[in-house]
Design a protein around this ligand. Sequence first.
Ligand SMILES: [Zn+2]
Length: 629
Amino acid sequence: MRSPAKLALLLCIFFASRGAPAQTPAAPIKLMVDASESPRQIWHARLVIPVKIGPLTLYYPEWIPGEHMPDGPIVNLAGLKIFAGGKPLAWRRDLVNMFAFHLEVPEGVDTIEVQLDYLLAGVSSKYSSGASATAQLALLSWNQVLLYPQSKPINELTYEASLHLPEGWQFATALPVARRSGSSVEFAPVALNTLVDSPVLAGAYFRVIPLTRDAAPRHEIDLAADSEAALAMGTEEIEHYRQLVAETGALFGSRHYRDYHFLVSLSDDLTHFGLEHHESSDDRVPERTFLDEGLRLYEADLLPHEFVHSWNGKYRRPADLATPDYQQPMKDDLLWVYEGLTQYLGDILTARSGLFTPEQFRESTAYIAATLDYRAGREWRSLQDTADSAPLLYAAPDEWTAWRRSIDFYDEGALLWLEADTTIRQQTRGKRTLNDFCRSFYGGPGGEPALKTYTFDELVGALNDVAHFDWKGFFTERLNSHAPHAPLGGIEQGGWRLTYSDEPNLSQTASEQAHRNLDLSFSLGLVLDEDGTVRDVIPGMAAAKAGLGPGMKIAAVSDRQWSVDLMREAIRGAKPSARPLQLLVANGEYYKTYSLDYRGGIRYPHLERDSSHSDLLSEIIKPLASRGK
Ligand SMILES: [Zn+2]
């Protein structure tokens, strides 16, 4: 449940202590990480921590910024040993908080040494605690290889880190380098929050692509791949990313970082996702993303999305997500802004920079809108509850997604922000747009990374400064709605309508290729793996009515052995005159034939122009910055 809007206007401004002197003269914590055994899936770390006599609690980071949940990979921490003056010190884990280690510092001891290993193999987690290293590359997130004392907020703890890499590997990071010698790197001392916000990408096959030529701040794409061939990003693609940098400048007006690194890892053996940081992003995509048009299209909005987070999420952050350390729980109720608006801005920047053609943007919007329109679970779970329960939904299985709902605050949040953008344009007769909001809300002096928190009421106030409207009512109604359909008002006000035809949707085709699945949500109400395994059924639709459920596996379609093409053709032929579709289905060790009463043919979503409204959607995705800057 979302708490009622807060009356107090809380404007907290924290400045990351990057570059600023530490508030106490305490010596920095030294962290030495040996990643030379990355290919065999183990990292070793050693910390030297200044201490005082008496009880001491050390923490392993639990709530990881940007992941919005307590998923610090504590299960992969091993080999923990603590020494004082060369002698072992006993530690005991807290019986309630598995991330806390208690010990007693003896008299005469002013530093302790902590040794630990991080185990990479066999991880089943998602996001940054997922698969992070291969034979040829690694992505190191510092929170995985350190402990920190309870003594102070994390922006007041200084860490001096060093890293040893496999022989011959190159690396990139937003973390300032103090010196380098062969495979060893020493970094400048920084606050703990900056360290954890500055992962390192390293690998044997490496390429640095500068995106800004002379002008500061510097922007670059750093690629590490499992093969030399995968590094071949084309010149046209590079120009689109240069345009992306120019478009963010035109949209936001200032930048809150010293320079920016897209840390892109190209591998089929890593967990695939993106994670935002203030001065970089951790972008993990399939190895052939820049070689294969389907994969390129599927991943096209990833870098724009993570880049937008430098403004929306890192610089401006909901107050409830700006916690003083990694143990205090985060409250996710405003993720429809943090993630939803980022999704919207990321999508339109993908189009403005040329990474999407206008048609690809519309196809992507249609597929998103249609998927949400078939979320049967909106009957019991509001959009607000998808944000409130984000820590549960991020970890949810694929089965029963339509009924459980998913992290819908991303895509449905984007639909709300499209509706907000078109509403501003209508209310002001085209004089103001959401671009004006972005300039005022995310602007500021820029330069050093800063954090400026906000509340729901402050967001509403900032929107009212752009266009006077009942924004509180607008969002509250949509966030708490149990209407059976998705909020499509933005598409309609934008001059388009959601329709279906038997022509494949470009975005859906790319998604099916990436996920190796078959999405029949809009016909049978069924999502299948390539091998016929049922992943999801949509309550109320033909497959669910016939009795199919997740985990079953289709063995034959009308008496013939299952294949994706056969299934597609069978549905294409499911017209009014046709006989019911017969599916032979395995459920564990049992087989049964199901008869599906469906005669609507194959259906793919598209946007169709509605000439009774002006074409705001096309207006929104026009570039703001001049080309070739
Ligand atoms: Zn995001």
